[in-house]
Design a protein around this ligand. Structure first.
Ligand SMILES: Nc1ncnc2c1ncn2[C@@H]1O[C@H](COP(=O)(O)OP(=O)(O)OP(=O)(O)O)[C@@H](O)[C@H]1O
Length: 922
C-alpha cells in the first residue's frame, strides 16, 4: 500500500510502498464517485508531477486538508495510489481494499453532488442538502458499499468541504437509503448477516465494469477471488458464490463452540458479572504493563480456587473489547474440565481461531490452505493439534494484522494436551510481538514449570500481598452487593452484622461468599445470623456441610441427590434435566421429568446449578471435591458410576428406540432437512445414545480389569444389539453422531475380544462393526436408509441382516444380488482423483499411505477410514511410498525425478532429494 503525504503547501506525493500492514502509519482514506477517466488524477500523474489542472485534483486537496485537520499525516485515494498498469498490483489492491478501508483511522466521503452552501439559511437549506444527500450518486455505486461498511469512522462532506455528519449520526437516513441495517452501520461483524441479506445490499447499485458487481463484494464476504476482467458478470458471481460456499462450510466445520456464548453462559451461571469486583485489576501495574509495554507479550493471572479469576477475565475481555482500536483483534476461550468441547488443547485453538476468523474473515485463507484437502477431519483427527497449531503460527505472522489479544481462562481445566498448549503459547509469545497473551489458572506447579521460560515478571499472583488486599476489597464489594439484594436482610442493622461476619470469614474467596449467599436465600434460612455464624470459613468444610445436609434428607431424597451428584461428576458433557432424570431411573415424560429433577437439584445444597434446563456443577472445585477418593464412602466410586450409567443407558435406549422415530417415512429423507420434533422421542436418551459405550469403557478402568469377564455386561450388550442395533444406528444418525458410533464399535471390539464364552457376542459385534463401517456414509446422510439400502446391500448371511430381516422394505420384491458373507474387503478408501500406484502400511498398521497418479500421497486412518493428510508437493505421478522403521517419516518417489521425505504426523515436507535425471520408481 502506498500513501499520499504533503510535500509542501498544497503539493502531495506518494510514500514508499508498505508491504507489512503493521508498519503502515495512521491514515485517512477517501470515498467518492469517479468522474470521467480523463478527469481523475492518476498514479502516472503523480509520478510525473502532472495532473494539477484536472478536476480530480480538488479531491486530493480536500482529502489532504481534512487529514491535516484531523492530525493525520497520510491519506489514500484509489484514483492515484494504485498503479493500474500493473495487473498483479491491481488484483492485490482489489482484494485488499476492504481491509485498507477498515484499517483507516478516518474515511471521508466526498459528495460532489451535495451542496451545503446556504446552510446558514435555516429551515429550507437544511432540507436542501438532505434532499441532495438522499439522491446522491454515491449511494448507487457498487464499490461505495464496502467503503460505507468497512471503516469504523465514516464522515460525509458536501462539495464545499463542509461536514454533514457521520455514519452514526446519519444512520437512520443511510439505512433508509441503502437498506443496510443500522446494526451493520454501527459496526456489528458482517458475518452476523446471512449471505442473501448481504447480497441484497448491492441490489440497486451499479459499477462501470460488470465484473466489479461481484468483485466489490469480496471484502464484504471475506473471500479471495482473483479478478479476471472480461469473464462477464455471471462467471464472476459464480466464482464469488463458490468461494462463499466453501468459506461457510469451512467455518461451520471449524466451529466447535462459540466462546462468546460460553462467556455469556459462564457469567450468567455464576450470577452475573459485578464490575466493582474486578475493576481493580485494570489499574494494577502488572496489567498496565502488559497492556502498554510493547515488549510485554504475556500475562499469567494465577490464584487459588474461587478467587474470581474467571470473572476477572470476563471483565478484562469486556474492557479490551470496549477500549482497543478497531483494527485490533480480540479472541478468548474459557476452558471447562466438565465439558468435552472445552477441555482440550485442540478445542482451545479451534475456539480462538473461530473468533479471529469471525472478526477478520480474510484470515480463513490460512485455514483453507489445509482444510480444502482434508475437510472436517482437519479439526478432529489424530493430527488436529499439529495442523491447528501450524495454522495458528501462520495467522499470527500474517502481515495484515495489527495487534491480537488472546485470552485463555482456566488452563488447569484443559485436561488433554495442556503441556503442548503451554509450549505453544511460550513459543508464540516469543516469536510475535503482535500477539498479547493473557492466561489464568490455579497455582499449579506443572503450569509454573512450563511457563517458566516465558518472562518471569509476567505473572500476577492473586495471593501476593498487594493483590491479595485488592481481592479482599473486591470480595467486600461483592458481599455488600449480594446482601443488598437479599429480602431477608432489609433490616439495616441485621445486614451490617451479617456483612461483618462474612467479611471476617470470606478469606478473599468469592466462591465461598457466593455459596453462603445461596444458603441465605433458602426459605429455611430464616435466621441469617445463625447461618453465617455456623457456616465454616473454609471452602472444603463448606462443601462437607452441604454433603451432611444432603444426608439428613429423607432416605429416598438423599439417595436421589447422591445419584444425581455422582452422575453430574462423571458425565462427558452437561446433561439436560430430562437426561439426568432418565439416568436416575425416574419415570415420566420429558416435561414431568424436567420439573421433578429441578426440585431434586434444588435439594443438592449448592453443588449444582441449572441454566436453560442444563445441569452444571456450580464450580470446578465442587467437581474436584466430589471426585475425591475420600468421598467414596458417601458417593459411589467413579468406576461404579460409569457402570451404572452404562446399564441405565442401555435400559433407557431399549425402552425408547424404535424405527422411524421422527416420522420421516421416506428412506431417502436427507438428514439436513430433518427437524427435531417438539416432543423429541430422543429427548431423554440423546446422551445415552452417544455415550453408553464410553461409560462401559471407563467403568473398566485398567487393562487387567478389562480382560476380566463380566458376562452380565456382555449379555446386556448382546440383548441390546439383537433387538435394537438398527434403531440405535438410526438414532445416532439423527443425533449427527455416526462417527462416535464407529468409535464405540471399535471400543466394543477391544473390550470383548478374547473373552471366554463370549464367541456369539464377539461374532455379533464383529458383524455389527462391518455393518456400520460399510454403511456409515449412507446412514449418516439419510437415517432411514438403515432399513433400506443398508439392509438390502448387506451380505445375505450377515448376522445383523438376519436379525432385522422383517425391517427390509416390503415394496422391494426383487432384491439386489449380494455376497453370502462380508467380503474380505474391510474398507474402500476414496479420495484420489487419479489411479493409485502404491500403498504402504505404517509399522503398527494404524495408518496407510497411498501414492497416486494425481501427484499426491494420502495418509489414512486404517480403523476409521478417514483421510488424515494429503501430501502435496510432487509435480508428477507419485510412483512409490514407504514409511520409515518407526513410522515417523514417509518417503515418496515420483516421476518428477525427485524423492521427498515427509514428517508422517504433520505432513510437512522435510527434504526433497534431487539428482535423478529420470522418474524415480521406488
Ligand atoms: N466480578 C465478579 N462478579 C460477580 N461474581 C463474581 C465475581 N468474581 C467472582 N464472583 C463469584 O465467585 C465465584 C468464583 O469465581 P470464579 O469462578 O471466577 O473463580 P476462579 O478463581 O476462576 O475459580 P477456579 O480456579 O476454581 O476456577 C463465581 O462463581 C461468582 O459467583
Amino acid at each position: 500500500m502506498r500513501l499520499l503525504q504533503c510535500i509542501n503547501t498544497s503539493e502531495y506525493g506518494l510514500t514508499k510502498e508498505f508491504v507489512d500492514d503493521s508498519t503502515i502509519p495512521p491514515y485517512a482514506i477517501l470515498s467518492h464517485t469517479w468522474g470521467a477517466d480523463t478527469e481523475e488524477v492518476t498514479f502516472e500523474d503523480l509520478m510525473n508531477s502532472t495532473g494539477k489542472d484536472k478536476p480530480g485534483y480538488e479531491k486530493i486537496l480536500f482529502c489532504g486538508e481534512q487529514a491535516r485537520r484531523d492530525k493525520l499525516q497520510y491519506f489514500w485515494i484509489d484514483t492515484c495510489c494504485i498503479n493500474k498498469d500493473n495487473n498483479a498490483e491491481l488484483s492485490q489492491a482489489i482484494n485488499s481494499m476492504f481491509r485498507w478501508y477498515r484499517n483507516a483511522t478516518q474515511c471521508y466521503v466526498y459528495l460532489t453532488d451535495v451542496s451545503s452552501l446556504s446552510e446558514t439559511d435555516v429551515g429550507s437549506t437544511l432540507q436542501q442538502w438532505e434532499s441532495d444527500f438522499w439522491k446522491s450518486k454515491w449511494f448507487t455505486r457498487g464499490w461505495t458499499l464496502q467503503e460505507l461498511l468497512a471503516p469504523s469512522s465514516v464522515n460525509f462532506f458536501s462539495r464545499e468541504w463542509r461536514k454533514l455528519g457521520d455514519k452514526i449520526s446519519l444512520k437512520q437516513q443511510i439505512h433508509k437509503i441503502t437498506g443496510v441495517p443500522v446494526l451493520a452501520l454501527q459496526g456489528a461483524p458482517l458475518s452476523q448477516f446471512d449471505v442473501n441479506e448481504r447480497l441484497s445490499w448491492q441490489n440497486n447499485r451499479h459499477t462501470k465494469l460488470e465484473e466489479d458487481r461481484a468483485y466489490s463484494l469480496l471484502g464484504i464476504f471475506g473471500v479471495y477471488v482473483a479478478p479476471v476482467y472480461g469473464e462477464g458478470k455471471a462467471r464472476a458471481f459464480k466464482r464469488l458464490m463458490d468461494e462463499i460456499a466453501k468459506l461457510e462450510r469451512c467455518i461451520q466445520d471449524l466451529h466447535l463452540t462459540d466462546p462468546r456464548y460460553d462467556k455469556k453462559r459462564i457469567e450468567e451461571t455464576k450470577g452475573g458479572l459485578l464490575n466493582d469486583a474486578y475493576y481493580w485489576v485494570l489499574e494494577s501495574s502488572d496489567f498496565q504493563q502488559w497492556r502498554n509495554d510493547r515488549q510485554s507479550q504475556l500475562l499469567w493471572i494465577k490464584g487459588d480456587p474461587g478467587k474470581g479469576k474467571t470473572m476477572l477475565l470476563c471483565g478484562i475481555v469486556n474492557e479490551l473489547k470496549n477500549s482497543m482500536a478497531k483494527t485490533n483483534l480480540l479472541s478468548y476461550f474459557f476452558c471447562q474440565a466438565t465439558d468435552a468441547r472445552l477441555n482440550n488443547a485442540t478445542a482451545v485453538l479451534r475456539g480462538l481461531l473461530y473468533l479471529l476468523v469471525d472478526q477478520q474473515p480474510s484470515l480463513i485463507s490460512h485455514v483453507r490452505k489445509k482444510y480444502d484437502h482434508a475437510s472436517k477431519s482437519l479439526f478432529e483427527d489424530a493430527n488436529a493439534w499439529v495442523a491447528l497449531s501450524d495454522i495458528f503460527k501462520n495467522i499470527i505472522q500474517d502481515p495484515t494484522l495489527k495487534k491480537i489479544y488472546l485470552v485463555i481462562d482456566a488452563l488447569d481445566e484443559c485436561v488433554t494436551d495442556l503441556p503442548k498448549l503451554l509450549d505453544f503459547i511460550v513459543y508464540a509469545s516469543s516469536t510475535s510481538v503482535r500477539v498479547k497473551w493473557l492466561l489464568s489458572s490455579r497455582n499449579e506447579l506443572h503450569i509454573e514449570q512450563r511457563l517458566r521460560s516465558a518472562d518471569e515478571r509476567m505473572r500476577l499472583s492473586l495471593e501476593l500481598k498487594e493483590n491479595a488486599k485488592q481481592v479482599s476489597r473486591a470480595v467486600n464489594s461483592y458481599i455488600d452487593y449480594k446482601l443488598s439484594r437479599l429480602e431477608s436482610l432489609e433490616d439495616e442493622d441485621l445486614r451490617d452484622r451479617v456483612r461483618d461476619i462474612l467479611r471476617r470469614k470470606a478469606n478473599g474467596t468469592f466462591l465461598w461468599v457466593a455459596l453462603v449467599v445461596q444458603e441465605l436465600e433458602r426459605p429455611e434460612s430464616w435466621d441469617p445470623l445463625q447461618v453465617v455464624d455456623e457456616v465454616p470459613a473454609e471452602l472444603h468444610r463448606l462443601y462437607d456441610r452441604m454433603v451432611n445436609q444432603i444426608q439428613q434428607l429423607s432416605e429416598k431424597n438423599s439417595e436421589l441427590c447422591r445419584r444425581i451428584l455422582s452422575i453430574a461428576t462423571v458425565v462427558y458433557r452437561p446433561l439436560h434435566l430430562a437426561e439426568i432424570g432418565g439416568l436416575c431411573g425416574l419415570p415420566g415424560q420429558i416435561s414431568v421429568l424436567t420439573k421433578n429433577v429441578r426440585k431434586i437439584v434444588a435439594m443438592c445444597g449448592s453443588f449444582l446449578t441449572v441454566r436453560d434446563d442444563q445441569v452444571y456443577l456450580i464450580h470446578q472445585s465442587a467437581k474436584d471435591y466430589l471426585s475425591d477418593e475420600a468421598r467414596t464412602t458417601i458417593f459411589p466410586c467413579q468406576a461404579k458410576t460409569h457402570h451404572y450409567i452404562f446399564l441405565q443407558s442401555l435400559e433407557l435406549l431399549s425402552s425408547t428406540l424404535r424405527r422411524d422415530m421422527y416420522c420421516l417415512i421416506a428412506p431417502a429423507f436427507p438428514i439436513n432437512l430433518v427437524q427435531v420434533p417438539e416432543q423429541d422421542p430422543l429427548g431423554t436418551t440423546r446422551y445415552s445414545c452417544v455415550h453408553w459405550v464410553g461409560h462401559l469403557w471407563d467403568s473398566v478402568s485398567s487393562e487387567t480389569t478389562r480382560q476380566n469377564d463380566n458376562s452380565e455386561d456382555g449379555d446386556a450388550v448382546y440383548a441390546f444389539f439383537e433387538k435394537k442395533y438398527l434403531y440405535w444406528l438410526e438414532a445416532l444418525s439423527l443425533c449427527k453422531s455416526m462417527s462416535e458410533g464407529v468409535i464405540s464399535m471399535t471400543k466394543l471390539q477391544t473390550l470383548f475380544k478374547g473373552r471366554k464364552n463370549a464367541s456369539a457376542l464377539v461374532e455379533l459385534i464383529q458383524d455389527a462393526y462391518r455393518f456400520i463401517m460399510y454403511h456409515k456414509w449412507t446412514i449418516e446422510n439419510s437415517p432411514l436408509q438403515t432399513y433400506a439400502s443398508a439392509l438390502l446391500f448387506s451380505p445375505a448371511r450377515s448376522l445383523v441382516r438376519r436379525l432385522f430381516e422383517e425391517e427390509e422394505p416390503e415394496a422391494i420384491t426383487i432384491k439386489p444380488i449380494v455376497e453370502e458373507r462380508w467380503s474380505a474387503c474391510l474398507q474402500t478408501l476414496e479420495g484420489h482423483s487419479s489411479h493409485v500406484i502404491s500403498v504402504a502400511f505404517s509399522h503398527d498398521s494404524a495408518r496407510l499411505a497411498s501414492a497416486s497418479d494425481d501427484s499426491t500421497v494420502k495418509i489414512w486412518d486404517t480403523s476409521s477410514g478417514e483421510c488424515l493428510q494429503t501430501l502435496e508437493g510432487h509435480s508428477r505421478a507419485v510412483m512409490s511410498v514407504t514409511f520409515s522403521y518407526d513410522s515417523a517419516w514417509l518417503a515418496s518417489a515420483s516421476n518428477d525425478h525427485t524423492v521427498k521425505i515427509w514428517d508422517a504426523n504433520s505432513g510437512e515436507c522435510l527434504q526433497t532429494l534431487e539428482g535423478h535425471s529420470y522418474g524415480v520408481r521406488s
